[in-house]
Write a protein that binds this ligand. Structure first.
Ligand code: NAP
Length: 249
């Protein structure tokens, strides 16, 4: 028996990186998957085909998670196409790193809108059908940087810390409706977002800080999301699970 048989999942920001790994992992476990992206048309099309080849229903939606109206249209369309939403993974995110002295208001706003407001946008849309169904799992992608902070990443850290507080609040608001809401806090994961970390001498410096002595893979994070999405975690809500090789304890 697959862990997500007959479930419908929506994953934001899944054309690449961690989101893509989550979409594939969920489809392998029997879930029908709707996913979003903003610019990678070709990658989204290829992923759509890859998921369908796994025998599930799959559809890519070009939708900016940071824009409320776009998420409203998205969730309406997904409900029309898939009939329900059991799992929502709010994964879409960006970083625009800069020391605060140099950080422009636009840089700050972009990070807040795409990383944090997106989580409000999507969660607000998906809880209606979940409340009707008296069941749901919402998984919000935070970061160890939201727990530890990091020089040059104040906007990113603030957005990711905000996600943790938001997730705990939603867990409290909706627990009695059997809707669970958890956050995942990845450490350094090998994706386009962190490709710069692997360059030169820096790389070994980062790895020395990680007890498991390696960067994480997108699949390491997808496995944690699978646990949180499935009934294996039926008594887990309001938690932040760090998947960081022990970087943050
Ligand atoms: P990534 O490789 O840069 O991929 C980002 C994905 O998000 C892409 O599919 C991108 O779509 C999509 N996206 C960007 N802006 C969007 C928007 N406004 N609306 C919808 N989708 C959007 O990033 P990643 O490393 O996989 O990170 C995924 C999540 O994990 C992020 O929230 C990130 O903060 C978090 N995280 C990552 C790490 C890490 O080490 N990589 C660590 C901690 C937390 P396009 O391809 O169309 O641009």
């Amino acid at each position: 028996m697959k862990l997500l048989e007959n479930k419908v999942a929506i994953v934001t920001g899944a054309s690449r990186g961690i989101g893509e790994a989550i979409a594939v992992k969920f489809a392998e476990q029997g879930a029908n998957v709707a996913f979003t992206y903003v610019s990678s048309d070709e990658k989204a099309r290829i992923l759509e085909e890859k998921l369908r080849a796994l025998g599930v229903q799959a559809k890519a939606y070009k939708s900016n998670a940071g824009v409320y109206e776009e998420t409203e249209v998205l969730v309406t369309e997904v409900l029309k196409e898939f009939g329900k939403i059991d799992i929502c993974v709010n994964n879409a995110g960006i970083s625009k790193d800069n020391l605060l002295l140099r950080m422009s208001p636009d840089q700050w706003d972009d990070v807040m809108n795409i990383n944090l407001k997106s989580v409000y946008n999507m969660t607000k849309q998906v809880i209606r059908p979940m409340m009707k169904a008296k069941s749901g799992s919402i998984i919000n992608m935070s970061s160890v940087i939201g727990i530890m902070g990091n020089a040059g990443q104040s906007s990113y850290a603030a957005s990711k810390a905000g996600i943790i507080g938001f997730s705990k609040s939603i867990a409290q608001e909706l627990g009695s409706r059997n809707i669970r809401c958890n956050a995942v806090a990845p450490g350094f994961i090998e994706t386009d977002m962190t490709s710069y970390l692997k360059e030169g001498e820096q790389a070994s410096g980062y790895i020395q800080q990680i007890p498991l002595a390696r960067f994480g893979t997108p699949e390491d994070i997808a496995n944690v999301c699978l646990f949180l999405a499935s009934d294996m975690s039926s008594y887990v809500t309001g938690q932040t699970i760090s998947a960081c090789g022990g970087l943050c304890m």
